[in-house]
Design a binder for this molecule. Sequence first.
Ligand code: CP
Length: 335
Amino acid sequence: KHHLISAADLTHDDALLILDTAEEMARVADRPIKKLPTLRGRTVVNLFFEDSTRTRVSFEAAAKRLSADVLNFSAKGSSVSKGESLKDTALTLEAMGTDAVVIRHHASGAPHRLAHSGWIRGSVVNAGDGTHEHPTQALLDAFTMRRHLAGAPDGGPVWHRGPGDGTGRDLAGRRVTIVGDVLHSRVARSNVLLLSTLGAEVTLVAPPTLLPIGVQSWPCEVSFDLDAVLPASDAVMMLRVQRERMNAAFFPTEREYSRRYGLDATRMAKLPDHAIVMHPGPMNRGMEIAADVADSVRSTVVEQVSNGVSVRMAVLYLLLGGAEPALPGTVPSHH
Ligand code: CP
């Protein structure tokens, strides 16, 4: 595959290959020199038209750990503010020689347009487009869930049952609850698509006004009762309430929202002991997630960020350098 635009583009085998490769990449972070020569001489452009902390920094770290040259482009401070189009921005970057463009854009569909326009020849990776998709976030979330929840042969904390086995490599039968502002969430859409590919059972919990039209056709269940769903959840993912994308008329009061859909310590206690609490960040502490829950031992929020570097290394490696093993002798045997 040449681009990563949507989680729907990934087959079960594609997703497992990325997750297994990310496990190998995670081992690089444990080495004294956290760098591989794999993408030496290749250029990755981070093309960010919308604000980001985690995604931008982790794509930069991922590309640098693979020895690629990284160009960071932020629309703020660029000629975009003088009215330059996506096309002319892309042609300018192409003229400088780019092998991959990692794009975040406020318009849903911008990465698809870039990938299929002919303006650039390199790979396009969607780093979040409007309210549409954020496939590498879904991959890092699945990676995090797999590490905590996938089948362990002897009941121990083992994520992988070994090559050729298959059991424990995906999330078959795991129950994931995604809570909150689904309407504006590219993270929710990508997660529902990827998690269903990986065999998980997803339930969305949201106020009726914060569910997208057509959610009935998504591969998941919908509930309005968080307390009823939590006891059967292996993972609960809280979504940020995206006030910047919201018409005030859509929204209950903050207090009402927190009371019905926020995760506080009392509500967290309804989860099974093994369950994890996730949030893609940035968090509204005290709104969708209480501060003590965000900082609790069940929370994987910080772990999700470090897993993001490994997953993005795997994505860049497989798109740009996949012919060569990243770590000699260590790329999974089904590669
Ligand atoms: N989760 C996420 O995409 O965060 P940023 O907006 O900070 O990149």
